[in-house]
Design a protein around this ligand. Structure first.
Ligand SMILES: Cc1cc2nc3c(=O)[nH]c(=O)nc-3n(C[C@H](O)[C@H](O)[C@H](O)COP(=O)(O)OP(=O)(O)OC[C@H]3O[C@@H](n4cnc5c(N)ncnc54)[C@H](O)[C@@H]3O)c2cc1C
Ligand code: SF4
Length: 486
């Protein structure tokens, strides 16, 4: 703890952002990292708590008080080493993590939390700028070969950890470029893709081989991989979207969010997309109030939508959580993203009854949603929340483009899953525990699973954690022991 009275004297400093009116016209990142001096003052607020709740709330258990102190002392070189000791890719989490650490920060009980995420962002950007992030190739080869299916954050973290202890690692990716949802789901204005590219270069220099445009199960069999490699790690994600089963679902102009978002990311990367789904000049309705929906809002505004409305079935959460009750846990409260601030109507407790078509030449195209207000009441006997429609509340909402962002139900059913033939859990994810001798191991002794494909659609920071822990489990299985951190 650098400055004993820092938490009493200094306020939280939020990162500055480019003005809405200019950032709405481009897809570049618009959040500016803290200056050295601002980061120092933010680090000075940390109380170095005896029980650092931030550290336990962070899925990768970042050693937050230590790097807060190092930044306060302006020892950036040691700060990046401490940060990298628990997180392979802080430039991803420093930009797009919802920061459960900040919700758990002791200062959050009665004040504003330390800007932990902004300090992480500043440390890793400085480290790249200074050229401190270099390849760390293993000095000795283990002679073992590991195949990883999927190059999202889980696959990348597992690959980097395994290569650094000397295994020959090949990452197979069905898309044309690596990165998973970091590259094709998350818009560039939240995470520019150069952040992924320089990590891939680092990993290649560490010996990781990437074989893209390879759909395992379709143009390369699981049996071939098991014959060629000592272990197979499946990090294939959980991209099965929840559908809206109402009349009119098949009309033109109704799309899943993940049909829409990757197209724009490809266009930003300079590739051609035939018949791109565009919001330009349209009234857009995003169905689903979560983060994927918020990314659809930001992308629609940048494409030039006439209006954007985001609707949600659940009731509006409270503006503020009851901190004395929920701290240090993740609170359910109203979250307004930078995309919402750029322009969006938001409405809650609305169910979609029907999707209506236009008339005449537009009779195959969406024209409106029929919505009904719903009420949520707790069943006094079972305690479960029950939904009921409010009589007479039906109304139409104009829509030329409907984007369905209602979450994901599990991994995509695919030849990969069929060929793996391993046990699945009740939600269809690949079944594997995270503890004990068989951590991350599926029902096949040489097949491991990590990230969304195992835990269901989640967060980048959880995927990094699982990739790292799974790497340790694989290393242990191959070598009989492992020095990799858990
Ligand atoms: C639109 C959107 C926005 C999000 N925003 C955020 C955010 O801001 N912050 C956050 O923390 N989380 C966010 N998430 C969640 C986060 O992106 C995921 O939890 C995370 O990427 C999961 O990592 P993963 O490595 O398990 O899977 P993924 O990132 O899904 O990667 C899986 C990879 O496996 C590949 N694959 C699948 N099958 C095969 C096969 N048969 N052969 C070869 N390759 C295959 C896929 O092509 C993909 O590249 C967002 C998700 C979405 C959809
Ligand atoms: S909980 Fe907050 S104040 Fe305490 S160590 Fe963590 S960042 Fe510092």
């Amino acid at each position: 703890m650098g400055k004993i009275s820092g938490f009493l004297e200094l306020d939280r400093i939020d990162e500055a952002a480019e003005a809405i009116q200019t950032r709405k016209h481009h897809y570049r990142e618009f959040v500016l990292h803290l200056s050295d001096e601002e980061a120092k003052l933010q680090g000075a607020r940390c109380m170095d708590c005896g029980v650092p709740f931030c550290h336990t709330a962070c899925p990768v258990n970042n050693i937050i008080p230590d790097w807060n102190d190092l930044v306060y002392r302006q020892d950036w070189r040691d700060a990046i080493d401490v940060l990298h000791s628990t997180n392979n890719f802080p430039e991803f989490t420093g930009r797009i993590c919802p920061a459960p650490c900040e919700a758990a920060c002791t200062l959050n009980v009665n004040s504003t939390p330390v800007g932990i995420k902004s300090i992480e962002h500043a440390i890793v950007d400085k480290a790249w700028e200074m050229g401190w992030i270099t390849p760390q190739a293993a000095r000795i080869s283990s002679g073992k070969r590991v195949a990883i299916v999927g190059s999202g954050p889980a696959g990348l973290a597992a690959a980097q950890q395994l290569a650094r202890v000397g295994h020959a690692v090949v990452v197979f990716e069905r898309n044309e470029l690596p990165g998973g949802l970091l590259r094709f789901g998350i818009p560039d204005f939240k995470l520019e893709k150069k952040q992924i590219e320089r990590r891939i270069e680092q990993m290649q220099a560490e010996g990781v081989e990437f074989r893209c445009s390879t759909n395992v199960g379709t143009n390369l069999s699981v049996a071939d991989l098991l014959a060629d490699f000592d272990a197979l790690v499946v990090c294939g994600g959980a991209e099965m979207p929840r559908d809206l089963q109402v009349p009119g679902r098949d009309l033109e102009g109704v799309h899943f969010a993940m049909d829409f978002l990757p197209q724009q990311n490809r266009v930003v990367a300079g590739r051609k997309v035939a018949d791109q789904i565009l919001a330009s000049g349209k009234h857009v309705v995003v169905v689903g109030g979560g983060d994927t929906g918020s990314d659809c809002v930001g992308t629609s505004n940048r494409q030039g939508a006439l209006s954007v409305t985001q609707i949600e079935l659940l009731p509006q959460p409270p503006q503020e959580e009851e901190r004395a009750v929920v701290w240090p846990y993740w609170p359910i409260k109203l979250r307004t993203s930078s995309s919402h601030e750029e322009g969006c109507e938001r409405a809650w407790s609305l169910a979609t009854k029907e999707i209506r078509a236009g008339e005449g030449r537009s009779q195959k195209k969406v024209r409106a949603l029929v919505l009904v207000e719903v009420e949520w009441k707790r069943d006094p006997v079972t305690g479960a929340n029950r939904m009921s429609e409010v009589a007479g509340s039906e109304r139409e909402l104009r829509a030329d483009l409907v984007l369905l962002a209602m979450g994901f139900t599990g991994p995509l059913e695919s030849p990969l899953l069929a060929q793996l033939g391993v046990e699945r859990d009740a939600r269809g994810n690949l079944a594997a525990t995270t503890d004990g001798a068989d951590a991350y191991r599926t029902s096949h002794p040489r097949i491991f699973a990590a990230g969304d494909v195992r835990r269901g659609q989640s967060l980048v920071v959880w995927a990094i954690r699982e990739g790292r822990q799974c790497a340790r489990a694989v290393d242990h299985a191959l070598m009989g022991s492992s020095n990799l951190p858990r």
